[in-house]
Design a protein around this ligand. Structure first.
Ligand code: FAD
Length: 274
């Protein structure tokens, strides 16, 4: 069975929240396995993440809050885990997180995601299904691919149940990563994270910072469209749909959409597939 999940980020205004709840309702019609909600490293969105998570859970759909460890005290992490348990949450996306310009990493009690996974397991046993991040094109701060793969395997061994990848536009990078970690004994589902293409300049900026590669042929075509956003959206939908089809045909267990709090771009791709 192909799993489907969607990711949101916490909104800042009441108006934004109202719009997000409408997006939630639209996407809920497609029976996603869960909606995940990002968390600002160091606790910067703690209350807003909680409130969106609560509104999803109240709609009767599983919510999966992200939780990062860098810059957060373990006492605060413990409180957050307790709050989520009380709310009936049973899935968490466990991350290291990114503090601005790396500040706080050295002084953090927990410095890497494998330590957070271990902490959550020690605190709450098997209560939570734990998702971790995977980087088919390598995490931008990793010294090399092999070290990054070893660190991924360490997170899995610490008790992760499933992984969601950073987005990519080259299906082969996903297949290579999966093959590599499976050869090292990893047998958890690794779900491709899918970024719909709707705006070239934002995508290019974000991809540079998170280490996701936009293949030259896609970049050149998107550049050529200039301000023609209708063509960008149409081309983006075709490219991402084709890639998703290859991923699913090649055995990917599901898709996780980075919605950027919009329903249509993800749904356009999903509807082409089902
Ligand atoms: P880790 O697995 O800890 O890896 C971080 C780096 O350290 C890698 O280079 C790794 O190779 C290296 N490393 C790992 N373990 C060790 C170790 N024990 N010793 C030495 N080196 C090690 N960020 C947010 O702030 N909030 C979010 O909600 C959020 N959601 C995300 C969701 C997904 C699906 C993904 C893919 C990313 C998300 N991010 C989020 C971004 C993420 O926090 C950053 O990419 C961050 O830099 C790394 O997080 P991680 O959990 O992968 O870290």
């Amino acid at each position: 069975m192909t799993t489907l999940s969607f990711e949101f980020f916490p909104t800042k205004t009441d108006e934004g929240t109202e719009k997000l709840l409408a997006v939630r309702d639209k996407l809920a019609a497609y029976n996603p396995e869960f909606f995940s909600v990002t968390y600002g490293a160091g606790g910067s969105t703690r209350d807003r993440t909680y409130s969106i998570v609560k509104s999803i859970q109240e709609r009767g759909i599983a919510a999966a809050p992200h939780l990062s460890c860098v810059g957060d005290r373990t006492a605060d992490l413990r409180d957050i885990l307790n709050e989520y348990q009380a709310l009936g949450i049973n899935r968490i996306v466990a991350l290291r997180g990114d503090l601005p310009s790396g500040s706080g990493l050295a002084s953090s009690e927990l410095r890497f995601a494998n330590e957070l996974v271990e902490f959550i397991r020690n605190e709450t046993g098997d209560h939570f299904t734990l998702e971790v991040a995977a980087y088919p094109e390598m995490h931008p701060q990793a010294t090399n691919f092999e070290a990054d793969v070893n660190n991924f395997v360490r997170k899995v061994k610490a008790g992760a149940n499933s992984a969601i990848t950073q987005y990519f536009f080259n299906a082969d990078s996903y297949f290579r990563f999966v093959e590599r970690v499976e050869a090292m004994g990893v047998d958890i589902p690794i779900i491709p994270g899918i970024m719909p293409i709707t705006n070239y300049s934002k995508l290019a900026r974000f991809s540079d910072s998170c280490g996701a590669e936009i293949p030259r042929w896609i970049r050149k075509q998107l550049e050529a469209y200039g301000d023609d956003s209708a063509s960008i959206v149409k081309f983006g939908e075709e490219v991402v749909t084709d890639m998703c089809r290859r991923l699913l045909d090649g055995g990917a267990p599901g898709l996780h959409f980075y919605t950027l709090n919009q329903a249509e771009p993800s749904l356009a791709v999903w509807k082409n597939l089902v």
